[in-house]
Ligand binder design. Structure first.
Ligand code: NDP
Ligand code: 8X3
Length: 251
């Protein structure tokens, strides 16, 4: 049985990926900051699919905590076959000249530094075993920019660059590195971006059919289940109604 560690499994893409990998009989290590939700999701998945699910509650922005959590994993759960670097967020949609510094820090610390801390802690375990697969969740926002997207886009451009670099650095150790880059997917993403304003969040998806978290999870499972000699390096997945980052056909 394989083991997958998924960051940000308390909602959206991470949660859906946990379900779909459990369906394929992966044991799971799930992370997130919302403890109760994380524990509830872990229990439900474990009962439903009969797999081991270990909830680890921590903030990926805390480098020492990330290291401690991975170092202290029970020996039989250090065999991480798949790391899904999914935890991430956009905060605000403010032009650069009036940008809120705290919002910038949250995005940079989570989307770039959190992904780096997780990779730094887990990749040596993969190297020891001469196998592993790291799946980074990028975005269409890492391919093009939009008004007010500035820092969020920059973090996803960074994920794109890091994915390519990690693939080179980890090449001698048989570790696959892939990126999944979604377009608009309806999750808690926009509620977080608009700091709890549900109406603004709903407007993002008004008049067209966005992707679901499950659509992206299906792609992640496909990438993870490819034969060991096959690495699907990069998947850009868009809603049919979205032609480019700025072009959505709304009815
Ligand atoms: P959600 O808001 O639904 O999920 C985000 C997850 O990340 C939550 O589980 C949250 O858990 C976790 N998270 C956020 N910050 C931290 C942190 N500091 N430490 C630990 N966990 C954290 O959004 P999505 O599922 O949509 O987002 C998942 C990824 O997909 C993100 O990287 C996002 O940028 C990317 N993406 C999303 C798109 C979309 O349209 N939805 C499109 C393209 C990419 P908790 O709050 O419990 O910590
Ligand atoms: C999320 C998609 O277009 O809101 O990465 O930035 S977008």
């Amino acid at each position: 049985m394989k083991t997958a560690l998924i960051t940000g499994a308390t909602s959206g893409i991470g949660k859906a990926t946990a379900e779909k990998l459990a369906e394929k009989k992966y044991n799971l290590i799930l992370t997130g900051r919302r403890k109760e939700r994380l524990e509830e999701i872990s229990r439900t998945i474990s009962n439903r699919y009969g797999v081991n699910v270990l909830p680890l509650c921590f903030d990926v922005r805390d480098c020492d905590e990330v290291k401690k959590q991975i170092d202290h994993l029970p020996e039989d759960q250090k065999n991480i076959d798949v790391l899904v670097n999914n935890a991430g967020l956009a905060v605000g949609l403010t032009p650069i000249q009036s940008g809120i510094i705290d919002d910038w820090e949250r995005m940079i610390d989570t989307n770039i530094k959190g992904l780096l801390y997780m990779t730094r802690a887990v990749s040596p375990l993969m190297i020891e075993r001469g196998m592993g697969h790291i799946v980074n969740i990028g975005s269409i926002a890492g391919r093009d920019v939009y008004p007010g997207g500035n820092v969020y886009c920059a973090t996803k451009y960074a994920v794109d660059a890091l994915t390519k670099s990690m693939r080179i650095d980890l090449l001698p150790y048989g570790i696959r590195v892939s990126q999944i880059a979604p377009g608009q997917a309806e999750t808690e993403f926009s509620v977080v971006r608009f700091k709890g304003d549900e109406e603004k969040a709903e407007n993002v998806y008004r008049g067209f059919e966005p992707l679901t978290a499950e659509d992206i999870a299906d792609a992640i499972v496909y990438v993870c289940e490819a034969p060991p000699h096959v690495n699907i390096t990069d998947l850009l997945i868009m809603p049919t109604a979205q032609a480019s980052i700025n072009m959505i056909y709304r009815k």
